[in-house]
Design a protein around this ligand. Structure first.
Ligand SMILES: *Cc1c(COP(=O)(O)O)cnc(C)c1O
Length: 227
């Protein structure tokens, strides 16, 4: 992993990552239309670092926690209104109102209760946000995400509730080869008629793109190690 050290400009890092993504797409044999969204996973990164990434042309960012996101992004979004902010961490039902007000995409819908609360709150606020269902492809007990078995039912529920369901998201188990997890997620999305796949992080984003990712979520390779 090349990493964005303090001495290399983030602009150069972004350009290199985009080249790697383009090459991975070329080698994938998949249809090459449709851009891959490069999402900056900006947890634990201060506003200055995020602004440098915005200056380098990045338009999509992901945060894991509602409170941390509010602290940084209320101001950042005022200054940069075109940025799309994605929630990529677990969402508790009691934070749904704040999340709907702040975020532009919710990538971590993983249970019916949350889907119901999101639909209700989006109605109330008049904000219809694109959503992803997060799938726990590794069946890890401590990890967020709906099980592979229960995903179809949750997807149906989201549709009935009127959520704008765009695709599926996963975080494969650490220390396992990610490719089978990416393949499973892609297969599930195909079966469900969902076009978007949020998968791939610093260590494995090229693999994810080869397997059809439409959004890769990059932290360390973009910003350097988290402090
Ligand atoms: C932190 C995080 C990432 C980015 O991880 P890196 O390994 O730093 O690229 C991506 N997705 C989620 C859900 C994360 O929490």
């Amino acid at each position: 992993m090349s990493g964005a050290g303090t001495d290399s400009s983030i602009g150069q890092t972004v350009a290199e990552i985009r080249q790697h993504i383009a090459k991975a797409k070329e080698n994938s044999g998949l249809a090459t239309d449709g851009a891959v969204t490069l999402l900056g996973a900006s947890k634990a990164q201060p506003a200055e670092v995020i602004e440098a990434a915005i200056m380098a042309g990045m338009t999509d960012f992901g945060e894991n926690r509602v409170q941390e996101a509010q602290a940084k992004w209320l101001t950042l979004k005022q200054k940069h209104p075109a940025i799309r902010l994605h929630l990529i961490g677990p969402l508790q039902s009691n934070k749904v109102a704040e999340a709907v007000a702040l975020f532009d995409v919710i990538q971590t819908v993983d249970r019916e209760k949350l889907a119901v609360a999101l639909a209700e709150e989006m109605g109330k606020q008049g904000r219809r946000l694109p959503c992803f269902v997060q799938v726990n492809t590794g069946a890890e007990p401590q990890k967020a995400g709906v099980s592979v078995e229960e995903a179809p039912e949750l997807i149906d529920r989201c549709r009935v509730l009127g959520l704008e369901l765009m695709g599926l998201m996963c975080v494969p188990p650490a220390g396992q080869h990610p490719a089978p997890h990416f393949a499973l997620l892609a297969k599930m999305a195909r079966e469900q008629g969902l076009s978007q796949l949020s998968m791939g992080m610093s260590e494995d984003y090229e693999t994810a793109v080869r397997m059809g990712a439409t959004c890769v979520r990059l932290g360390r390779v973009l910003f350097g190690e988290r402090l």
